[in-house]
Design a protein around this ligand. Structure first.
Ligand SMILES: *Cc1c(COP(=O)(O)O)cnc(C)c1O
Length: 415
């Protein structure tokens, strides 16, 4: 997807320089070809198991055009809010391919999802189970559910994105889940259809997925004796991607082989909820160098994108590769690339090697497709930046730049 022609970095057949010129900076840019390839790789990896339902995790990047691309490739969706439900409705998603996750589904969200007829809810607590049963009863419908179990697996990832440990707020401890299933089995408006787990994100060790699935298999074998019609195993998302050049994440084929080894023993459809591994490496943030401030201690490159545009470095200490849009091999120096926000933590990349940097140069922040634009905010009253989709020689504005008026429109001045 990336090429260098005459020292210019291209995404597909469009140079980042021309994107910066046409749409302004900062802006997010995505490669359609890369998005299609990542999804197709999943499909190919699981091709021997055609009943696998790939439910793209909308929260990783919820732009309507990106959802539309995945929808047209046959993807389902994993949603976590009313807003995400409205997004997938808007692009014509098939309700049968939608699962609803999240720890705090409101009554309104449950009602709207039942009205739409989603495939199932991933239930995260007994209170929530009762709430869904009650609302389904009021509506005169049966709610399909799976219970999100917490298999107590340490996926050896960043603590903020590790979700399957005993101490995590997510799911129901696997040892308590049997009782929860017994309760659910007796509920009049509940159809128990599956077992769900999601152990974390940016996972490199396939063994963690296998360990988790082995525990789900044990639970499955207990549950089928309860006369429940369990027909889905949902193993969540979490497959890691390459951020640093030297990193080697597992391939989707290796992932599929590991999973299928155990799934063969379970008579269920598989549900996947990949987010980052579908969009992460397909997106970039383009930003312009405004100033260079050098002291004895530090060499700061001050750019026009900040933590309000890309939060991951500040939130998780996450690494993003940063390169120039026009490449050079002269005058290498090391810079802390920082944004304009009034926070010491507003650093995009420490000690970044860059060549021949001049004011006005465009920098490319790589691997910004997942948890990038969706985590952006209006901090410092900065408008959200535009998003652009590139396909071959064409580039499309898929989200306009927000205006200051839009930021202010819901505020009321009280005297
Ligand atoms: C965030 C999330 C995902 C997606 O995780 P990735 O690491 O982006 O693949 C899937 N399922 C649930 C329940 C999540 O919270």
């Amino acid at each position: 997807m990336l090429n260098v022609i005459d020292n210019n970095l291209y995404i597909e057949d469009v140079s980042f320089e021309s994107i910066a010129e046409e749409f302004g900076t900062p802006c997010y840019v995505y490669s359609k070809t890369s998005l299609v390839n990542e999804f197709t790789d999943y499909k190919v990896a699981f091709k021997d198991y055609p009943d696998t339902n790939i439910c793209y995790s909308v929260k990783a990047n919820s732009n309507l055009s990106i959802l539309n691309i995945f929808n047209s490739l046959g993807s389902g969706f994993d949603i976590v809010s009313e807003g995400e439900l409205d997004r997938v409705k808007k692009i014509g998603a098939d309700p049968n391919k939608i699962v609803f996750s999240g720890v705090a589904k409101s009554a309104l969200e449950i009602r709207k999802a039942l009205e739409f007829g989603i495939c199932f809810f991933n239930v995260e607590s007994l209170d929530e189970l009762e709430e869904i049963n009650k609302i389904a009863g009021e509506m005169g419908v049966i709610a399909r559910i799976s219970i999100r179990v917490n298999p107590d697996i340490d996926p050896k990832t960043h603590p903020y994105i590790s979700t399957g440990l005993k101490t995590s707020k997510f799911g129901i401890a696997i040892e308590d889940s049997y009782q929860a299933y017994q309760k659910a089995a007796k509920m009049k408006n509940i159809d128990v259809v599956g077992i769900d787990s999601h152990i974390g994100s940016q996972i490199f060790e396939l063994q963690s997925f296998e360990d988790s699935l082995v525990r789900l298999e044990e639970l499955y074998n207990k549950l089928i004796k309860l006369d429940l019609n369990i027909r889905y195993i949902d193993i969540g998302g979490g497959l890691g991607i390459k951020y640093k050049d030297e990193e080697m994440p597992p391939t989707k084929i290796d992932f599929a082989n590991k999973i299928m080894k155990i799934m063969k023993k379970i008579n269920c459809n598989l549900v996947l909820e990949p987010g980052r591994s579908l969009v992460g490496n397909s997106g970039f943030l383009v930003t312009k160098v405004l100033y260079n401030k050098r002291s004895n201690e530090k060499n700061f490159l001050i750019v026009d994108a900040g933590m309000n545009d890309i939060l991951r470095p500040s939130l998780y200490g996450a690494y993003h590769k940063v390169t120039k849009s026009v490449q050079s091999s002269d005058n290498e120096d090391f810079y802390d690339v920082v944004g304009p926000i009034c926070e010491t933590g507003d650093v995009i990349s420490y000690d970044t090697p860059l060549n021949d940097v001049k004011l006005g140069d465009n920098l490319i922040i790589h691997s910004a497709g997942a948890y990038g634009s969706v985590m952006s905010s209006n901090y410092n009253s900065r408008p959200k930046v535009p998003e652009i989709l590139v396909s071959g020689k064409d580039s499309y504005l898929i989200r306009k730049k927000e205006t200051i008026d839009q930021i202010l429109q819901n505020e009321v001045v009280v005297k």
